[in-house]
Design a protein around this ligand. Structure first.
Ligand SMILES: CC(C)(COP(=O)(O)OP(=O)(O)OC[C@H]1O[C@@H](n2cnc3c(N)ncnc32)[C@H](O)[C@@H]1OP(=O)(O)O)[C@@H](O)C(=O)NCCC(=O)NCCS
Length: 202
């Protein structure tokens, strides 16, 4: 978790979660490690040192529900502590995510409407590859490929048929990496910060 948070902070510094600091990132990666609906994979070198990490869900909707229920308070407390010391980030959070998170909290707090006939929502669970990061000196030696392949195998073994991920649009290295792995390029999605992401399905 410590290595993952450190690499996440340096390799993917522009994301909102990275801006909340390493303490938040450690709590965030720990949620993937603990959730029964997610996977946190590590790649080890011959000497046992960690050279790569991957986080993903095997059932995204169930994972996010689990996180809100079991890690929501901790994540919110760490995020709040970071936002209190960074007013500009707090304003950005309120503008871009305030309504979204408030709606999510309300959905969680209010009693759920029962589905007619009961039972779970229809459809097969979808898996999301959230992050994969390889230590800089270990790149281009197959570590990223091994991590993604293991994620695909574990997700499929748990019954998943739809795999997806979002990568920065226009990043030719990432495009080469995922396309080389056989993932198909999908549409562009614009997030709440106005950043363009390319969807890939596997
Ligand atoms: C993307 C990343 C995980 C790839 O890990 P890796 O261990 O270097 O990948 P691999 O060695 O398995 O590469 C497999 C193939 O992908 C392609 N590829 C990987 N990195 C590439 C790059 N920088 N430029 C062009 N092609 C690349 C190549 O075809 C490569 O095969 P080759 O080395 O035989 O030419 C790694 O570069 C990384 O950690 N980047 C920073 C974090 C990041 O952006 N993560 C993804 C978004 S969450």
């Amino acid at each position: 978790v410590k290595a993952a948070a450190g690499w996440h902070a340096t390799a993917l510094p522009d994301g909102f979660f990275a801006r909340l600091g390493r303490r938040f990132l450690r709590a965030y990666w720990d949620s993937y490690r603990r959730s029964p609906h997610a996977l946190a994979l590590v790649a080890l070198a011959g000497d046992g040192s960690v050279v790569g990490v991957l986080a993903g869900t095997t059932d995204s909707a169930a994972h996010y529900r689990w996180v809100v229920r079991h890690r929501g308070a901790r994540l919110a407390a760490v995020a709040l502590a970071a936002l209190v010391t960074r007013p500009a980030l707090a304003v950005r959070f309120w503008r871009t995510r305030g309504r979204l998170y408030a709606r999510g909290l309300l959905r969680f707090l209010l009693p759920r409407r029962r589905r007619p006939g009961g039972g779970p929502a229809p459809g097969t669970p979808g898996a999301t590859l959230a992050h994969v990061v390889v230590d800089d000196p270990a790149r281009r030696s197959g570590v990223g490929t091994a991590l993604v392949r293991e994620f695909e195998a574990k997700a499929r073994a748990s019954g998943v048929r739809r795999l997806r991920l979002l990568a920065h649009d226009g990043d030719t290295a990432l495009s080469a990496f995922y396309r080389g792995l056989g993932w198909r390029q999908g549409p562009i999605r614009i997030d709440v910060d106005g950043v363009a992401w390319r969807e890939y399905t596997g």
